[in-house]
Write a protein of this length. Structure first.
Length: 306
């Protein structure tokens, strides 16, 4: 099954805490068992990489239960159900939602304490979120990046082939190839020997060179094995054993397999997705619109916090 959302953990966590004291660590393991999660689901990390999904969602569920007055800390790192929590279980025997917690005065007071000034009150049903705030941030970033990748690819395809060669040059330079831009530019876009678009230094001193092929194709135009085979043949004709084939489209499986079976020639294939990854990583063709710093509690600073 899919990893449960944090609100799906509210009822089983409160049930556990009503039977015996729990910690976040023990509750994380208990939730993994309760929901019969696979090893992959247990170890899957949220995009920010700070925690597994299970532990992260357990933490938020326990926070909501604590702020609602349904569980309380009884010793360092340890929680138990309050009298209110045990009573709440009797009226919510199967599940507990965030909307249910929103009916509790303690939960309302907690939410009100950090509500933005001028923000209108929301009815309980609008509070029934299934993602944690950090997951919502990660989701928003993922959505923004997906939109940016689409617009970035469209912008590349609208440019000339010469522009794309310069773009490829910028990518390779940022990755550490070519030394200076002038030195690298001297090689790219001028060769044309046997179908090769150019050559670039592997190191700043130019001790070794790499042949480059750059194809600005529409996403639905796949690079086939024959094209890659011809490129590798060109490398041999130039006496070069290393090459990079960069495209805005994709490579056929047969082309990838042909490269893997190569002997003395090393060729790296960079498709459209990988190219966009490199451009975003090295800030090529994009700029930082806004930086947001997300802070979290330093558990090591507080000795009785887990």
């Amino acid at each position: 099954m899919a990893i449960p959302t944090f609100d799906q953990m509210l009822h089983p966590i409160l049930t556990l805490a009503s039977r015996a004291p729990v910690t976040r660590q023990s509750t994380t393991e208990a939730m993994a068992q309760h929901f019969n999660l696979t090893d992959d689901e247990r170890t899957a990390y949220i995009p920010s990489g700070g925690s597994t999904y299970v532990r992260h969602r357990v933490g938020w569920a326990m926070t909501d239960l604590t702020k609602s007055g349904l569980i309380e800390k009884c010793s360092p790192k340890t929680y138990r159900a309050t009298a209110e929590g045990s009573a709440f279980l009797k009226t919510h025997t199967k599940s507990i939602s965030v909307a249910d917690l929103a009916t509790l005065p303690a939960f309302q007071a907690w939410k009100k304490s950090f509500k933005s000034k001028g923000e209108p009150d929301k009815p309980p049903e609008d509070s029934a979120e299934t993602t944690t705030p950090l997951e919502a941030v990660d989701g928003a970033i993922s959505s923004l990046n997906a939109d940016l990748r689409s617009r970035l690819l469209d912008a590349i395809l609208k440019q000339t082939a010469e522009f794309f060669e310069r773009l490829v040059l910028d990518v390779l330079l940022k990755m550490g190839y070519g030394g200076s831009r002038d030195d690298a530019a001297h090689h790219l876009g001028k060769s044309g020997d046997e179908g090769i678009d150019g050559r670039i230094n592997q190191d700043p001193l130019g001790l070794d060179q790499i042949m480059v092929q750059a194809k600005r194709y529409a996403p639905d135009r796949t690079i086939d094995r024959k094209t890659i085979q011809a490129f590798i043949g060109s490398l041999a004709g130039q006496g070069v054993t290393k090459g990079i084939f960069i495209t805005t489209s994709s490579f056929a499986e047969s082309a990838k397999e042909f490269v893997l079976r190569g002997s003395n020639t090393k060729v790296v294939l960079i498709d459209g997705d990988a190219l966009l990854d490199l451009m975003l990583r090295h800030h090529i063709g994009v700029h930082v619109e806004r930086q947001i710093e997300v802070l979290d509690l330093d558990q090591n600073y507080f000795s009785d916090e887990e």
